[in-house]
Each structure stands twice: as structure tokens, then as C-alpha cells.
Design a protein. Sequence first.
Length: 343
Amino acid sequence: MPTNSLFAFGNPLLDIQVTNGEALLKKYNLKPNDAILAEEAHAPIYDEIAANYAVAYVAGGAAQNAARAAAYVLPPESVVFSGAVGDDDLAKQLRAANDKEGLKSAYYVLKGEKTGACAVVITGHHRSLVTTLRSAEKFNKDHLSTPEVASYIDHAKFYYCEGYFLTHGVESALEVAKKASLASKVFVINLSAPFIPQFFKAQLDSLLPYCDIVIGNEAEAEAYANAQGLPEPKNLPAIAQAIASLPKINPSRPRIVVITHGAESTILVSSEDIKNPKEYPVNKVPDDQIVDTNGAGDMFAGGFVAALILGTSSSEAVEVGHRLGAMCISQVGPQLKWPKERV
Ligand code: 26A
């Protein structure tokens, strides 16, 4: 197994998680299951939860979570993550979490600035994510050409980008995706949240021709279908087929589209076999073992991609993804079980 086989990039965030957040949802007018960028009205939420609630601080950021999941499955030294952080205590916590789990951090560090954070408001099995990007949205494309990062990119066989990164970083994403495509390597995009296909349609549309793997959940698929005017916005196999059929710059690989659906079956469509959407049932985690669902989709995605890197079939890779998603749900926030379990 060559080292540094996966290069992931996105917004590195520290999650500040609270449970029983019903009052917070009401006060800040949040949907129980959503992910948004903080607007002015949300600004006080970070201080408020730190002062008034028992909070858990855990490493977050969608692509960084997926990268930690991939590192869980792959041999040491296989996964690198890049994104922009400040030079503060939050960045220290993120580095420490990555170090502990065998994920290399190749951060772009902004001196004197703050690292991004995500308020995670848990109510029952739902999670509402309110993100302040801070340094994360100041990622500079030049960072990709620094000797260390350029070498990671050259060595990688797979690339993973979160949809969230497209709110500010589409040029960087395109640069990596074009390299991947030219070298016939695998570029993965995760749709991340409904607001990405909805409000960052142009950015997503410009990247999709370079994408070999597209991962999303049912809400993101529906938002994609609505944004594109597809006829059946609830028909997940049809949406996966539509994405799999989009033009592709590198024709030597099929495009695989995976749509997760919580505890319902995962849908997979390959452009090689477009007429045959596959469905993979999920082993449901018993209610009394569910802690929270924050990060489950990211852990699925990281596990799925890692299994493909190891050379498994896409069906087996979905199973690995399901196992990591289930493991994450039984931990606080986007975390896996330590000491490591076999997946
Ligand atoms: C730009 N936004 C809104 C975001 C995020 C985000 N990661 C990157 N960019 N909003 C929430 N997250 C992360 O998603 C994980 C759960 O899927 C959270 O940090 C959380 O760990």
C-alpha cells in the first residue's frame, strides 16, 4: 500500500456540541436537522452555549471527519487533510485529534486568526449545525503548490472534497480535480448539505464533470433535484442516475453516485450500469445505543472511500461505510471507537 493514498480537504472546524437543545432551536430559529452558515443573528450562540450548557468539544469539519474515518480503516500514513486554521487553541485541539488517529494535518495556518467552529445542537436523533468559518474560508489556492502539499497531492490516488468547501474554495477544488482527472485518479465530492446544491449550484455544476464519486444523503439529493428541476425530487435512484449520467471529463472511469438515507437503504448507481440502481439495507442501531447522529454521514463516506482504496468492490465499500456510520452514532459527535475495532 503506497503511503499518502488519500488527500482530503475542506473546512477544519471544532465542534461545540450540546444536547437537549430544544430552547436553542427556538431562540435561534433553527431547523432540528440542518447545516447552515451562521448569520449575524446566530453570532451569540457560541458564547451562549459555552456559558450555559454542558458542552463537548470534538474535532469536526465534514471532510476532516471523513479523513479520520479513512485513517481508521487504512494503514498508517495513508491519509492527509488540508484546510485553513488560525494559530489558536482550537487548531491545537484539531491537530491533536488528527495526530492521535493517524491523520496527517497539512494546515494552511493564518497567524493571529481564529479557527472555525460549529455549534452542534442535538435534539433527540437530530442535529442542527451552525458554522462560523473564520480562517477556514481564507484557504488560499497557493497553499496547494507549497512543496509539502504539492507532494501529498502528487502521491495521492484518491482526493476527497466536501461540498461545504465550495462556498469559498471552488478554484482550489477545481485545481485538485483537474489534476486528478488528467492523471486518471479518483476525485470524490460530498454534497454536504442541502444549501450547497441549492445556493452554490454554479460552483457544484463546474466541479461535477471532474467527479468520479459523488456522495450525499436524501435531503441533499432532493435539494439537488429541485435546483436542477428534475421531475421526481423524492426519487433517490432517479436522482442518482441523473448525477451519474452527467458529462464526465475523464471517460476512463465510471462515475459512482451514493445516496445515504439515514436508517433506510443506501442507493448506489454506477454510470457503467446506469439502469440498475443498487440498494443496500442498513443494520439499524438500536434506539438505546444511539448517542447522536452528528458526523455519521462523514464517517460513512470516509469508510466507503477507504475501502475502495483497499481495492474492495463498491458493495463491500458500502458495508464498511455503514459500519463506521453506525459506530459514529454510538459515540459523542463525529468520533469512532478507540481502541480501534476491526471494520
Ligand atoms: C460551511 N459549513 C457550514 C461547514 C460545516 C461543516 N463542515 C464544513 N463546513 N457545517 C457543519 N460541518 C461539519 O459537519 C460535521 C457533521 O457532518 C461539522 O463540523 C460536523 O462535524
